[in-house]
Write a new protein. Sequence first.
Length: 184
Amino acid sequence: MKGLMILADGFEDTEALTTRDVLTRAGIEVTTCSITDRLEVESSFGVHVLADALLKLIFDCEPFDFIILPGGGRGTRNLSECQFLKQYLDYFMSKNKLVCAICAAPSILGKYGYLENRKYTCFAGFNAGIRGNFTGNEVEKDGNIITARSMHYSIPFALEIISSLLGESVKEKVLVGLNGLVAK
Protein backbone atom coordinates (compact mmCIF):
# COMPACT_ATOMS: atom_id res chain seq x y z
CA MET A 1 0.00 0.00 0.00
CA LYS A 2 1.18 3.48 -0.77
CA GLY A 3 -0.18 6.96 -0.91
CA LEU A 4 0.46 10.63 -1.47
CA MET A 5 0.58 13.26 1.25
CA ILE A 6 0.26 16.75 -0.17
CA LEU A 7 2.27 19.45 1.61
CA ALA A 8 1.86 23.20 1.26
CA ASP A 9 3.75 25.88 3.15
CA GLY A 10 1.96 26.28 6.47
CA PHE A 11 0.91 22.63 6.82
CA GLU A 12 0.16 21.63 10.42
CA ASP A 13 3.22 19.79 11.74
CA THR A 14 1.47 17.10 13.79
CA GLU A 15 -1.19 16.34 11.21
CA ALA A 16 1.41 15.56 8.55
CA LEU A 17 4.31 14.07 10.49
CA THR A 18 2.34 12.01 13.03
CA THR A 19 0.03 10.64 10.36
CA ARG A 20 3.01 9.68 8.19
CA ASP A 21 4.77 8.10 11.19
CA VAL A 22 1.79 5.93 12.16
CA LEU A 23 1.14 4.83 8.58
CA THR A 24 4.80 3.89 8.15
CA ARG A 25 4.59 1.71 11.28
CA ALA A 26 1.90 -0.29 9.45
CA GLY A 27 4.22 -0.77 6.47
CA ILE A 28 2.39 1.78 4.34
CA GLU A 29 4.57 3.88 2.05
CA VAL A 30 3.80 7.60 2.10
CA THR A 31 5.24 9.87 -0.58
CA THR A 32 5.23 13.48 0.54
CA CYS A 33 4.65 15.95 -2.29
CA SER A 34 5.24 19.69 -2.39
CA ILE A 35 2.74 21.79 -4.33
CA THR A 36 5.42 24.35 -5.20
CA ASP A 37 8.45 24.20 -7.48
CA ARG A 38 10.72 23.31 -4.56
CA LEU A 39 11.00 20.23 -2.38
CA GLU A 40 11.47 22.22 0.85
CA VAL A 41 8.18 22.95 2.58
CA GLU A 42 7.81 25.02 5.75
CA SER A 43 5.33 23.86 8.40
CA SER A 44 3.03 26.14 10.37
CA PHE A 45 5.60 26.21 13.19
CA GLY A 46 8.62 26.87 10.98
CA VAL A 47 9.93 23.32 10.62
CA HIS A 48 11.49 22.83 7.20
CA VAL A 49 10.66 19.46 5.66
CA LEU A 50 12.12 18.05 2.48
CA ALA A 51 9.29 16.50 0.46
CA ASP A 52 9.92 13.34 -1.54
CA ALA A 53 8.55 14.76 -4.79
CA LEU A 54 6.93 17.71 -6.52
CA LEU A 55 3.22 17.04 -6.95
CA LYS A 56 3.13 18.43 -10.48
CA LEU A 57 5.68 15.78 -11.52
CA ILE A 58 3.51 12.87 -10.33
CA PHE A 59 2.00 12.00 -13.69
CA ASP A 60 0.68 8.54 -12.84
CA CYS A 61 -1.48 8.15 -9.74
CA GLU A 62 -2.41 4.54 -10.49
CA PRO A 63 0.22 3.08 -8.08
CA PHE A 64 -1.19 5.12 -5.18
CA ASP A 65 -4.01 3.83 -2.97
CA PHE A 66 -4.82 7.07 -1.13
CA ILE A 67 -4.20 10.79 -0.88
CA ILE A 68 -3.90 12.84 2.33
CA LEU A 69 -4.36 16.56 2.86
CA PRO A 70 -2.97 17.81 6.20
CA GLY A 71 -4.56 21.03 7.44
CA GLY A 72 -3.30 24.10 9.19
CA GLY A 73 -4.90 27.46 8.43
CA ARG A 74 -2.17 28.80 6.13
CA GLY A 75 -1.44 25.34 4.72
CA THR A 76 -5.08 24.82 3.81
CA ARG A 77 -5.27 28.24 2.17
CA ASN A 78 -2.20 27.38 0.10
CA LEU A 79 -3.61 23.96 -0.83
CA SER A 80 -6.89 25.58 -1.79
CA GLU A 81 -5.06 27.95 -4.16
CA CYS A 82 -3.11 25.14 -5.84
CA GLN A 83 -4.48 25.17 -9.39
CA PHE A 84 -3.72 21.53 -10.17
CA LEU A 85 -4.67 19.82 -6.87
CA LYS A 86 -8.26 19.27 -8.01
CA GLN A 87 -7.18 17.02 -10.88
CA TYR A 88 -5.44 14.71 -8.41
CA LEU A 89 -8.45 14.68 -6.08
CA ASP A 90 -10.75 14.04 -9.05
CA TYR A 91 -8.64 11.02 -9.99
CA PHE A 92 -8.77 9.48 -6.49
CA MET A 93 -12.51 10.14 -6.22
CA SER A 94 -13.22 8.68 -9.68
CA LYS A 95 -11.29 5.51 -8.81
CA ASN A 96 -12.98 5.27 -5.37
CA LYS A 97 -9.56 5.40 -3.70
CA LEU A 98 -9.21 6.85 -0.20
CA VAL A 99 -9.28 10.64 0.07
CA CYS A 100 -8.23 11.77 3.55
CA ALA A 101 -8.21 15.27 5.05
CA ILE A 102 -7.73 16.56 8.57
CA CYS A 103 -8.50 19.76 10.49
CA ALA A 104 -9.08 22.64 8.05
CA ALA A 105 -8.30 20.58 4.93
CA PRO A 106 -11.77 18.94 4.63
CA SER A 107 -12.93 22.42 3.58
CA ILE A 108 -11.08 21.80 0.29
CA LEU A 109 -13.08 18.61 -0.24
CA GLY A 110 -16.21 20.62 0.48
CA LYS A 111 -15.16 23.34 -1.96
CA TYR A 112 -15.06 20.76 -4.75
CA GLY A 113 -18.38 19.18 -3.76
CA TYR A 114 -16.96 15.82 -2.61
CA LEU A 115 -18.68 16.06 0.79
CA GLU A 116 -22.20 16.59 -0.55
CA ASN A 117 -24.53 13.98 0.98
CA ARG A 118 -21.68 12.60 3.11
CA LYS A 119 -20.82 12.66 6.80
CA TYR A 120 -17.60 14.53 7.57
CA THR A 121 -15.81 16.39 10.34
CA CYS A 122 -13.30 19.22 10.43
CA PHE A 123 -11.92 21.98 12.63
CA ALA A 124 -14.73 24.17 14.01
CA GLY A 125 -15.61 26.97 11.63
CA PHE A 126 -14.15 25.37 8.53
CA ASN A 127 -17.47 23.65 7.84
CA ALA A 128 -19.17 26.95 6.93
CA GLY A 129 -20.67 26.75 3.48
CA ILE A 130 -19.93 23.06 2.96
CA ARG A 131 -22.85 21.08 1.64
CA GLY A 132 -22.54 17.88 3.58
CA ASN A 133 -23.40 16.36 6.95
CA PHE A 134 -21.01 17.85 9.51
CA THR A 135 -20.85 15.58 12.57
CA GLY A 136 -18.14 17.19 14.70
CA ASN A 137 -16.86 13.69 15.54
CA GLU A 138 -13.15 13.08 16.11
CA VAL A 139 -12.80 11.03 12.92
CA GLU A 140 -15.41 10.33 10.29
CA LYS A 141 -15.41 7.83 7.42
CA ASP A 142 -18.05 7.92 4.73
CA GLY A 143 -17.35 5.76 1.70
CA ASN A 144 -13.87 6.51 0.44
CA ILE A 145 -13.50 9.77 2.39
CA ILE A 146 -11.87 9.97 5.82
CA THR A 147 -11.85 13.26 7.73
CA ALA A 148 -10.63 14.25 11.19
CA ARG A 149 -11.44 17.23 13.38
CA SER A 150 -8.02 18.52 14.47
CA MET A 151 -4.36 17.77 15.05
CA HIS A 152 -5.32 16.23 18.38
CA TYR A 153 -6.86 13.34 16.41
CA SER A 154 -3.88 12.68 14.10
CA ILE A 155 -3.30 9.20 15.54
CA PRO A 156 -6.95 8.07 15.33
CA PHE A 157 -7.03 9.56 11.80
CA ALA A 158 -4.00 7.49 10.77
CA LEU A 159 -5.43 4.39 12.45
CA GLU A 160 -8.68 4.77 10.47
CA ILE A 161 -6.64 4.96 7.26
CA ILE A 162 -4.77 1.79 8.28
CA SER A 163 -8.02 0.00 9.10
CA SER A 164 -9.53 1.01 5.77
CA LEU A 165 -6.49 -0.13 3.77
CA LEU A 166 -5.19 -3.14 5.70
CA GLY A 167 -7.95 -4.17 8.09
CA GLU A 168 -8.74 -3.96 11.76
CA SER A 169 -6.14 -6.54 12.84
CA VAL A 170 -3.25 -4.49 11.40
CA LYS A 171 -4.67 -1.37 13.02
CA GLU A 172 -4.79 -3.18 16.37
CA LYS A 173 -1.16 -4.36 16.02
CA VAL A 174 -0.01 -0.81 15.33
CA LEU A 175 -2.06 0.49 18.25
CA VAL A 176 -0.45 -2.06 20.58
CA GLY A 177 2.98 -0.85 19.47
CA LEU A 178 2.02 2.80 19.92
CA ASN A 179 0.85 2.07 23.46
CA GLY A 180 4.08 0.26 24.34
CA LEU A 181 2.27 -2.98 24.98
CA VAL A 182 3.28 -6.51 24.08
CA ALA A 183 0.98 -8.13 21.55
CA LYS A 184 -0.92 -11.15 22.87
